[in-house]
Design a protein around this ligand. Sequence first.
Ligand code: SF4
Length: 323
Amino acid sequence: MKWVTAKARVLEAGGVRVEGVPVDQYITHSLAGPGAGAGGSFFFACGDDRRVRLTPDPAGDIALVHEGGGAAALHIGGRIVRGRLERAALHCPHQAYITVSAGCRYRCRFCTVPLRQGRRKTIDEIIRLVDGVRPGISAIALTGGVWSDPGEEERYVLEVISRLKRFGIPIGASIYPVPGTPQRLRDHGVAEVKFNLETATPDLFREICPGHDREMVLDALRNSVALFGKGHVFSNIIIGLGETDREMEVCVSELAEMGVIPILRPLTPAAGLADLRRPSAERLLRLCGMHGDALRRHELDGRAALSMCAACTGCDLAPWRDL
Ligand code: SF4
């Protein structure tokens, strides 16, 4: 089975049945990304840089068999894909990916962050977290909810960044933008940014992300390309919110034309969208082909990514890694 097909099947399933040697030492409990706050997840890698993030599901049809010492295999419908388990640094392999504020004043319908009523990390705490995983990381990434208002969140994240610069590795930031955010992040030495458009269409955005301003996000993305360079600006778009393939293609093309790399993220049904279904493997594969074509047309190469999801690729089909 080709890697991309195996990964699409795992993303469609949403979880794997774990067999063999326990995988406890590989499990991380994360406050960000798909499945945040659930029972934990771990990473399966194949070859040099292909990986998928796995969530244990005792009832899963796909089995992950851990043979010990990290050697493992995915068993998918009678086919076997061999690889190894990979340890996360903080949240994902090779990065200290930190959720600054684990709470949010907004209520995006797919997101579990507002439901958990977590807390904001202190700057000293963040420094200690990064210190604890050095030297095994190549980047620091910051994300989180909007604790009180977007301007205040940005000011706090900029303070955090000022203190993190001393580690001397690239910093990626994914925050909710306000006017001037890209320039201020750049002035603070951030290497890459991710501003999430979340939905393929403006109508879905209004429905799924109440209170957010899609034009503001698009403006931030547009301005960021000139500041951070092509291939260093990203935007998550969720697959499975009711958009058509054609609508997804239009959105991906619009972003790629601006020099932004879209990250096509399969929906994890949760929070206000718990009754929706995960997108099928067939759809994920179809959209991955379209995504790869759009990136090629606009000479965008995700392999240049230094941080965040484009460098990790655990939760999505990423044409630059998985095809
Ligand atoms: S792809 Fe992004 S959300 Fe998923 S594990 Fe990697 S860094 Fe986290």
